[in-house]
Ligand binder design. Structure first.
Ligand code: FES
Length: 156
């Protein structure tokens, strides 16, 4: 936990004046700015809104968009649902793990990359599907992973 995140969170929270109904918006803004929700920020929100910390945690852990752990600048989600799995999702995942040097569920030590698996993205006919920084890539193969990574590193 760095001082700057708490400091920034105080500014974010000051911009929300609708009391308890601001909870979701506060969490979204902190998550959007810092890519995760530090415990100290959740405590701060609890105090500002005068609601139990358990209530803040309940919302923060309900939505997949929120994370209680730091995430990388670049987030990869590999669908390993049945339709994607039978079309080679595990080879795609293997290539990403090798190229990024992390396993599924991990974030690189330099906070550059986060690699996750998801069960179904609702685009089964396009599988295997990878979501990189919110952008969908369809019919992925291991070699297409290399191209995707080159493009992301080039555009970074
Ligand atoms: S199983 Fe991958 S999108 Fe549905």
């Amino acid at each position: 936990m760095t001082y700057s995140i708490i400091d920034d969170a105080r500014v974010i929270l000051a911009g929300h004046t609708n009391g308890e109904s601001s909870l979701l918006a506060m969490l979204e803004e902190v998550q959007g700015r810092h890519r995760y929700l530090p415990r100290d920020v959740l405590i701060l929100i609890s105090e500002r809104l005068d609601i139990p910390l358990s209530q803040v945690y309940s919302v923060a852990t309900f939505y997949n968009a929120f994370s209680l752990e730091p995430k990388g600048c670049h987030r990869f989600q590999v669908c390993t649902g049945t339709a994607c799995h039978v079309r080679g999702a595990m080879q795609v995942l293997d290539r990403l793990e090798t190229q990024l040097g992390i396993q599924a569920g991990q974030t690189s030590a330099d906070l550059e990359y986060t690699l996750e698996t998801v069960n179904c993205l609702g685009a089964c006919a396009l599988g295997p599907v990878v979501v990189a920084n919110g952008s969908y890539s369809r019919h992925m193969t291991a070699s297409q992973v290399d191209r995707l990574l080159r493009r992301i590193k080039r555009d970074a």
